[in-house]
Design a protein around this ligand. Structure first.
Ligand SMILES: [Zn+2]
Length: 310
């Protein structure tokens, strides 16, 4: 965000807070029966926060279905919500590329935590130039378990009185992650070894690939703000023709254009490539649907890969 825009945002926050005569937005001031107001950036973070916060929390996600976190620009209302909340939770590792400064500034008003901050360095994959570490950690349940712990700790930090509840619910979430991991292992094994390749628009699946022995090829690199070039398309076409890979995937938060160029390119070289379906990468599905939950979107991805890559 430019300095000017930043200045405008924060003067708005200050005016709003001043006008409400608040400042009493810390968790400690919650009366009995009052819910903590929690803002999460992505759907994946919201899902963890909702489960762990349970009845004690009212959780809002800033980014809905189909929204790309790499490019997301916070609105004025977002900045106000962050400043007024009792707790803010974000992915971190630069996933929310335009929001780093917003969180730094809002930290004085509201405790704000990057849920990935405790993942050991040696479990992180390099993300190239713009991303010292690939931020898409939610696709490996083992790594995402660190985010669950971080969310639990954050809730306890702002609401010590309900520690036991948060600990109990975090443990349930960790148990669910283990089941999900077993489901993934079992179904990926059904894909013939030579076909265990995920070709997508952007590199969101490196942790997934690492966890389940899948090769990962993205057209756009880690962020969606990098333009794909003819060279990238040709490289992927080469790979698909050489390896006889019959399917690639579109993502709910990324334009289909790059993927369609590969289908066309392969066709020109006599290789039939199908679009194997839509994978959820950075955004989840509609609220109220299976795919609107972390577990649902994860299972959808596994099922889509297992049925297309045969
Ligand atoms: Zn991404």
């Amino acid at each position: 965000m430019s300095l000017l825009k930043k200045a405008v945002f924060f003067s708005i926050v200050m005016v709003t807070l001043g006008a409400c005569g608040t400042g009493e937005n810390s968790g400690a001031s919650e009366g009995p029966g009052e819910k903590l107001s929690v803002v999460a950036t992505t759907g994946q973070v919201r899902d963890v926060a909702e489960h762990i916060g349970g009845d004690q929390a009212d959780v809002q996600a800033m980014m809905g279905p189909g929204v790309d976190p790499h490019l997301y620009e916070p609105t004025q209302q977002d900045v106000v919500s962050l400043a007024e909340a009792d707790l803010n939770l974000y992915n971190g590792l630069n996933l929310e590329g335009n929001m780093g400064e917003v969180f730094e500034n809002v930290e004085n008003e509201t405790p704000s935590y990057a849920v990935t901050e405790n993942i050991p360095e040696d479990m992180l994959i390099s993300g190239g130039e713009d991303y010292p570490h690939d931020p898409h950690v939610w696709f490996d349940p083992d790594r995402w378990a660190y985010a669950v712990e971080a969310v639990k700790d954050a809730f306890i930090e702002v609401d010590e009185a309900n520690r036991e509840e948060y600990e109990k619910r975090a443990q349930q979430y960790l148990n669910n992650l283990e089941e999900l991991d077993a489901y993934a292992q079992e179904n990926i094994r059904k894909i013939p070894e030579e076909s265990r390749v995920i070709v997508t628009a952007h590199d969101a699946f490196s942790y997934f690939g690492d966890a389940y022995g899948m090769e990962v090829e993205g057209l756009q690199g880690i962020s969606t703000d990098a333009e794909f070039g003819v060279g990238d398309v040709n490289n992927i076409v080469d790979l698909m023709v050489e390896r006889s890979i019959g399917a690639l995937f579109v993502e709910s938060s990324v334009s289909e254009q790059a993927v369609n160029s590969v289908v066309e390119g392969a066709k020109e070289r006599g290789q039939q490539v199908e679009i194997g379906g839509e994978l959820y990468s950075d955004a989840m599905g509609e609220a109220g649907t299976e795919e609107g939950t972390y577990e649902g979107m994860f299972r959808h991805n596994i099922d889509t890969m297992a049925s297309s890559l045969q």
